[in-house]
Write a protein that binds this ligand. Sequence first.
Ligand SMILES: Cc1cc2nc3c(=O)[nH]c(=O)nc-3n(C[C@H](O)[C@H](O)[C@H](O)COP(=O)(O)OP(=O)(O)OC[C@H]3O[C@@H](n4cnc5c(N)ncnc54)[C@H](O)[C@@H]3O)c2cc1C
Length: 416
Amino acid sequence: MRFSGFRVFKEALTGHHGWKPLWRNPAPQPGYDYVIVGGGGHGLATAYYLATTFRQARIAVLERGWLGQGNIGRNTTIIRSNYLLPGNEPFYEFSMKLWEGLEQAFNFNAMVSQRGILNLIHSDGQRDAYRRRGNAMLLAGADAELLDRDAVRAMYPWLNFDNARFPIKGGLLQRRAGTARHDGVAWGYARGADAAGVDLIQNCEVTGFRIENGKIRGLETSRGYIGAKTVGVAVAGMSGKVMALAGMRLPIESHVLQAFVSEGLKPVLDGVITFGAGHFYVSQSDKGGLVFGGDIDGYNSYAQRGNLPVIEDVAEGGMALMPAIGRARLLRAWGGIMDMSMDGSPIIDRTPVEGLFLNAGWCYGGFKATPASGYCFAHLLATGGPHETATAYRLDRFARGAVIDEKGMGAQPNLH
Ligand SMILES: Cc1cc2nc3c(=O)[nH]c(=O)nc-3n(C[C@H](O)[C@H](O)[C@H](O)COP(=O)(O)OP(=O)(O)OC[C@H]3O[C@@H](n4cnc5c(N)ncnc54)[C@H](O)[C@@H]3O)c2cc1C
C-alpha cells in the first residue's frame, strides 16, 4: 500500500477499513543468505538497503524484543552533520543527504524537520574550534555559518547571555540539521524492508553463533537454529555481550544515557540548541515538550534507566543556559544503553570470522547516522568492501593506534 494525501482522504471517507499492518509477522525460515541481528534503526536500515539498493534476497532481521524497542525509540531525535575529522564528516554528510530524500524513498512520514542546530560559543578558544569545524564542514559539502552574539540573540533572546561562567559569544549554525521522529524512522525502514521481501522476526533472541573452520554457518536463537551465509550484527548497547558469544572482546563499554521531556508548552524553541561547555542540549517537540539531555551516566550498565546525579547535572546545565526552564514541569525521563567506543567513533567492518560483520560503537550519536550506517553496512555485506565514506571505521584501528578521536580528549567514554 502506498501512502499519500489521497489515501488519507479516501480512508477518512470509507471508515478507515483499508489500512493494513505495516509489515508481516513471518515464522523464521531454516536458513537465509543474510541475517541481520538487531531490529533497531541500523539493523532495519541495513536490511532495507540490502534488499532495495543492493538487490539482495533471502534476508532476515532477528530482534530479541519488538522492532524499535532499543535506542532507536529512545533518542532525542537530533540529526546533523557538524563533524570535524575527515574520517567522520563525509560519512555524516552522506547520512544528511539520505535523510533529505528518505521519506520519499521509503514512502513514510518520518517527520524529518530541518529546523537547524546551533552550537553555542562561550570562549574565544571555542570560537576558534568551531570556525575550524565549520570550515571542515564546508569542505565536505555541508553547510555551516558562524554567528556572532547579536545574531544568536536575535534567534533566542531568552537565553542567559551574561552568565558569569558561560557568557554566550556566538554560535555555529547548521541550518540543514534538525530532528526526525525516531519511531517513524524505525517503522519506515521496517515497512520498506518488509515490502522488499525481508523477513522481520521479532521475539527472536540470538543466543549463540555456529562457527566452523573460522566461518559463520548460522545462529542459535530463542526460536531455534537459523542458518546464515552472512551475518551482520547491529545490536548497539548489547554489542559487547553479543560478540562475546562469538568469542570476541570489543573496544566498547556500555553506559546509560538519559533523556528528558517537559510538559507541553507553547512554541518557544524552533531549532536545536547545544551547550557543549556545560553539556546540555534541547529542542521542542511538535507536541510542545522540551526534549533535553546531557552527559552519560559515568558507569557501565545494561539497564535502560539512569540515576539521579546525572538528572541533577542536566538540570543545572539547563538552568545555566535558559533559566526559564526552571518553571517547566518534567513529564518523563528514560535511559538507553550506549555502545561507547574508546575514541567516540563507530565501527563498520568485517571480523576475524569469515562471513561475520560488525556495526557498533555509535555512542550517543547513532540516530543521525542511521541512513548512512545502514547503507554502508549493506554495501560492506553485499560487495565485501567498505563504502567510500566509511573506510576509516575499522575494528583494528584501536590496535593500530589509528583512532578517530573527534574531540581529541583521549580514550575514555565519558570524555566523548
Ligand atoms: C537518551 C538517548 C538520546 C540519544 N539522542 C541521540 C540524538 O539526539 N541523536 C543521535 O544521533 N543519536 C542519539 N542517541 C543515540 C542513538 O539512539 C543510538 O546510537 C542508535 O539508535 C543505535 O543504533 P540502533 O538504532 O540500531 O540501536 P537499537 O535501537 O538499540 O537497536 C539494537 C537492537 O538490537 C536488539 N538486540 C540486542 N541483543 C540482541 C540479541 N541477542 N538478539 C537479537 N536482538 C538483539 C535490541 O533489542 C535492539 O532492538 C541517543 C540515545 C539515547 C539512549
